[in-house]
Write a protein that binds this ligand. Structure first.
Ligand code: PMP
Ligand code: GLN
Length: 379
């Protein structure tokens, strides 16, 4: 059998969680909350299932959820979104990313991605017949060097994928980044896929600079988010894509043949949640900032160097002073011998990376974070 993705194995997230379970380690690897989804969300899901709201929704989503998403974009980013034409509900951000990439990328097209990059972008680009062009962020700040981006653009370049706040580094794009990006996208007639799944998790009073804030940039963009991150419900696999009507039409052509529609009862429950408990979204940054600080403070006296986290629920640690192992070996050792599961950063790079950096997920109860930190402080 000739594989279409010969170099791809099982995702690092599945691997590390399996190892964490096998060795009964504290699992700070795969990004998912240890705490439960809000009561109202669970109650309403139950309600709609029992009420018999169990058939297909319209392919682009339940209208009242589309409207709530548009209202959220207006409240947060002053964006004027046409719910019916521009919002498409998907089965997780992963589906939205896959569909946006299939809609955009043609045979031979190049797509610029920034390493360390979330692992679903490259396979989706390759399946569309395109090529991912990888530009490394400038470790340890993980800033984008826009001169390198400019130099990488050629007649085959079709799109750029950004992710802010960024998994795994926790870096957020600043206004000068958005300005540089916009200038390039417009000058070279490119499209933008903006992965904003951690949009509601930014720290130290920094606003999230959504592409939805900028009409000119949005005119060439697919903006993608996930309810899994926002409502502690990663297992529901609910997300969405907001795009200008002409791009949404192309997105929907593919979405209807990938999933057709997403889980109807969950769409209604999410609409209720946004309608009745909008404050959950507003409290998320403070909630996770406290967790970031619990973990960082508990690691202060360790031999790890803590890198800044401006958003997401991830924290990077440089372990140069702890071990000479490479990061994959170190994570293997850490889960087997020390009982803590983490993600090695090199797996998010196309080119080999010698950085001695691991990613910890702090979407965990304080007791779990303190227990993990206690182990790490002894290394
Ligand atoms: N993009 C990024 C950067 C992510 O971290 C994740 C979730 N781990 C996704 C997309 C996928 O989101 P979902 O679970 O809603 O498919
Ligand atoms: N996005 C999650 C992470 O970065 C994992 C998603 C997955 O397991 N596919 O850890």
């Amino acid at each position: 059998f000739e594989s279409k993705l010969p170099n791809l194995g099982t995702s690092i997230f599945s691997q590390m969680t399996a190892l964490a379970n096998q060795f009964e380690a504290i699992n700070l690897s795969q990004g998912f909350p240890e705490f439960d989804a809000p009561e109202l969300l669970k109650k309403q899901l139950n309600h709609y299932v029992l009420e018999g709201v169990n058939q297909y929704s319209p392919s682009s989503g339940v209208p009242r959820l589309q409207q709530q998403i548009a209202q959220l974009a207006k409240r947060k980013y002053a964006a004027e979104i046409d719910a019916a034409q521009q919002v498409t509900v998907t089965s997780g951000a992963t589906e939205a990313l896959f569909v946006a990439i299939q809609a955009l990328v043609r045979e031979g097209d190049e797509v610029i991605v920034f390493d360390p990059a979330y692992d679903s972008y490259q396979p989706a680009i390759e399946l569309a017949g395109g090529k991912s062009v990888h530009i490394a962020l400038q470790a340890p700040s993980y800033a984008i060097d826009w001169q390198t981006v400019t130099a990488a653009i050629n007649s085959k370049t079709r799109a750029i994928i950004i992710n802010t706040p960024h998994n795994p580094s926790g870096k957020t794009l600043k206004q000068h980044d958005i300005n540089a990006l916009k200038a390039l996208v417009i000058k070279h007639d490119l499209y933008l896929i903006s992965d904003e799944v951690y949009e509601h998790i930014t720290f130290d009073q920094q606003p999230h600079l959504s592409v939805l804030r900028d009409n000119e940039l949005f005119a060439r963009s697919f903006v993608i988010s996930s309810f899994g991150k926002t409502f502690h419900s990663t297992g529901w696999k609910m997300g969405y894509c907001i795009a200008p009507a002409a791009l949404a039409v192309e997105f929907r052509k593919i979405h209807q043949y990938v999933t057709f529609s997403s889980f109807t009862p969950a769409q209604h429950a999410l609409a209720d949640m946004l309608e009745q408990q909008g404050e959950h979204v507003d409290e998320l940054s403070e909630f996770y900032q406290q967790k970031r600080d619990v973990l960082s403070n508990a690691l202060k006296d360790s031999r790890f160097t803590i890198l800044p986290s401006e958003g997401t629920y991830f924290l990077l640690l440089d372990y140069s002073d702890v071990s000479d192992l490479n990061d994959v070996e170190f994570c293997q050792w850490l889960v087997e011998q020390a009982g803590v599961a983490a993600i090695p950063l090199s797996v998010f790079y196309q080119r080999p990376s010698n950085d001695k950096v691991i990613r910890l997920c702090f979407a965990k109860n304080d007791a779990t974070l303190l227990q993990a930190a206690e182990i790490l402080c002894q290394l």
